[in-house]
Design a binder for this molecule. Sequence first.
Ligand SMILES: Nc1nc2c(c(=O)[nH]1)N[C@H]1C(S)=C(S)[C@@H](COP(=O)(O)OP(=O)(O)OC[C@H]3O[C@@H](n4cnc5c(=O)[nH]c(N)nc54)[C@H](O)[C@@H]3O)O[C@H]1N2
Ligand SMILES: Nc1nc2c(c(=O)[nH]1)N[C@H]1C(S)=C(S)[C@@H](COP(=O)(O)OP(=O)(O)OC[C@H]3O[C@@H](n4cnc5c(=O)[nH]c(N)nc54)[C@H](O)[C@@H]3O)O[C@H]1N2
Ligand SMILES: [Mo]
Length: 818
Amino acid sequence: MVARRRVARVSDDARTAGPEPPLDVRPPKREAAGVAGVVHAMADVVEEPGLGRGLKALRLVNQHGGFDCPGCAWPEPDRPHPAEFCENGAKAVAEEATRKRADAAFFAAHPLSELRTWSDHRLGRSGRLTEPLLRDADADHYRPVSWDDALDLVAGALRDVRAAGTPDRAAFYTSGRTSNEAAFLYQLLARKLGTNNLPDCSNMCHESSGTALTETIGVGKGSVSLADITDHADLVVVVGQNPGTNHPRMLTALEAAKDRGARIVAINPLPEAGLRTFRNPQRARGIVGRGTRLADRFLQVRLAGDLALFQAVNRLLLERDDAARDRGRPPVLDHDFIAAHTDGFEQAAAAWRALSWTDVHDATGLDRSEIEAFADDVVGARNVVVCWAMGLTQHRHAVATIREVVNFLLLRGNIGRPGAGACPVRGHSNVQGDRTMGIWERPPATFLDALGAEFGFEPPRDPGHDTVDTIRAMRDGRIDVFLTMGGNFAAATPDTDVTEAALATVPLTVHVSTKLNRSHVVPGRRSLILPCLGRTERDDGGRGRAARATAPRFVTVEDSMSVVHSSRGTLRPASDLLRSEPAIVADLARRVLGDDDPAPWAEFGDDYSRIRESISRVVPGFEDFERRVAEPGGFVLPHPPRDARRFPTATGRARFTVNPLDVVRVPEGRLLLQTVRSHDQFNTTVYGQDDRYRGVTGGRRVVFVNPHDLAELGVTDGQTVDLVSEWHAGAAGNGGSSGNGGTAGTGGTGDAGTTAETHGTAAPQERRAPGFRVVAFPTAKGCAAAYYPETNVLVPLDHTAEGSNTPASKSVVIRLEP
Ligand SMILES: Nc1nc2c(c(=O)[nH]1)N[C@H]1C(S)=C(S)[C@@H](COP(=O)(O)OP(=O)(O)OC[C@H]3O[C@@H](n4cnc5c(=O)[nH]c(N)nc54)[C@H](O)[C@@H]3O)O[C@H]1N2
Ligand SMILES: Nc1nc2c(c(=O)[nH]1)N[C@H]1C(S)=C(S)[C@@H](COP(=O)(O)OP(=O)(O)OC[C@H]3O[C@@H](n4cnc5c(=O)[nH]c(N)nc54)[C@H](O)[C@@H]3O)O[C@H]1N2
Ligand SMILES: [Mo]
């Protein structure tokens, strides 16, 4: 439908200087992967680490005894394929294994004032960081500094906030690539200092899932294993997720399910390539054949329409059950399960019976017949799995939506038996493990009790700041020291201008990182960069050649399906001065807490089995950790709903919830914008300027809009526009610092309501992202899409999900301004 056009290129990033190839748009792809994907990835590997180093690394990705792919959190099969990685995993490896270096000479040549004008892509391509760097107060350059001086500086600042009795003036951010061992030490340091300020990327990611699942089934993690999908499910619903780009190995699992005869339903405003057809590069058929048609049904829902959609399906299941009973047919609902294991069914049923089909249509953009057909799929399937990602979690009503998905599963007993369950597909490779290790601003009391008992101290009990609250605290001058363990806080968080200004007020920021990124160039007044080993690299504890004969140290991670396994890098480190994350945290903690602290920090930094020993006593499910993680493939953590239909909720039962339908209505002439990933990025790391599946090459400042909307708005395909977001302060009325909704239980009163995303008479606050190229695209009507992180400038800090405080970056009201 979209003809191929070439236009004068809008600079890929307003901050980039210099000419680049023109932006080009072609029709979107209908299928994912195949040979093109592998060729594309190998091109990256050859350019960055070089072929030898690259192949050495790729041979060990996701293998027993090798390292965990630094990409996504999709699990590995029990017997990994010899090439158990995907195109995008290969890019993640190449990014880390690159031969380029951002060394002292680089920082001498490039002042911060210059680096700030570089695009995220260009910053990342500077190469690996090689030695500790310090930016003195308000200086324009980073300069090399010794590890001792760097760590003493941080330790002094942390001791100061503790001595002043204000440990909450420190905050400890974590990104989800951090290993279990490093995460455990990091949260221990924060809590020994006296604060629960442990914001993490999860706050922007699956927090809504964790909140909704904890309330309803008692465990905030997914309840399925890989085999449930590949071997047992009859129906897999993939909603709010783009696996072709973000979890490519999931397509192999979906293909296996299809081969067995399972059905797949995709629910998405965008017709994503991977959801349609998949050519598996690991199978001959995928390379030469026509590929597997994956989705049997595609429901093109409007953004934020899933709450209404699942309510409507639940209503239909209820009605069909009534009809079956009247006709003496077998029931449609699993009444035995409902009676034995759940509560709240009657209230939920009453709310579904009161649902208005007009509201459902307005919210979803779908006809009743499409939803009836989906209900047919559900009734025809004994075992159903629902998989989801950011398309459900990053909306105002995200928690309510996921609670409604749980209702959907509970109605037919689709939890706690093979082939059925909830599958929130996690993002970062160890984001789930970090949470298990206590990277959480609101840890359960049982965790703190065990931590305190193991280390003989009284951990702080007040909730800490999550990510959004940390930004608010910085903005209000309440943070003195900000540490980040990986990640790219400035670029990943919402409201870029507000966040960058907030960061600039912090007296000291400290970044443990592998590569240069935007956060390093918009730091606090004083700033340190502490360079660390990556997943792919050999960790021989700084002993260098002397240790070559012994096996390098390993760390552990937990995937999206609660499997814990080891990860051991093999490549030569990018520099001899790099230290491992656990070693950095242990050395810092020793300097902060002093040598008489009872925790054995020196041993922790040297011998990770000592850390695992403590973990085995503090974290349930990790008993006998060292031995069990040595098994090939590791071990699976317990999950009572999955394992035994035991629901550790407030009532000891799985909970049906009533989730008031709040139809998101967008004012005339406005669109609802979602901010998504292209095929050529990992979060804020931009690998390249292309989005092959969506047909875009040579640029990222594009906005995808439905052609009918363009006609109504009087905007044409190819035109350059500013994206202007409109926000009424207070319109969201969301939790703010009250954060997680806690024990809302059956949640709310059941009144259906309506929210105009912007309303009231006062003029809205405006935020602007200039210079986007309009692309006519078959997205759902009224909905637009553009890439993150460029569009974070448009997402208001206070626009967050109720109950999880996750930025609602998939529903931002915008107008297009020529
Ligand atoms: N290569 C690569 N892999 C990655 C990442 C990466 O950046 N690159 N990031 C990792 C991380 S941290 C994460 S969290 C995951 C993210 O994985 P995804 O969640 O797949 O990532 P997004 O690009 O945010 O895509 C959101 C999808 O949900 C759809 N969507 C948006 N809003 C709605 C809605 O209201 N309803 C429905 N039904 N669908 C909606 C969008 O059209 C899109 O298909 O991927 C991980 N893996
Ligand atoms: N608008 C919008 N905003 C979003 C999202 C969205 O969909 N839309 N998605 C949100 C989501 S789901 C997430 S998870 C967050 C991501 O937020 P973050 O996790 O903070 O961001 P990343 O881009 O994954 O972090 C990349 C950086 O991590 C560092 N790094 C890489 N590997 C390592 C390592 O092994 N060790 C250390 N110490 N550092 C390392 C490198 O310096 C790299 O630049 O963004 C969120 N922001
Ligand atoms: Mo994420």
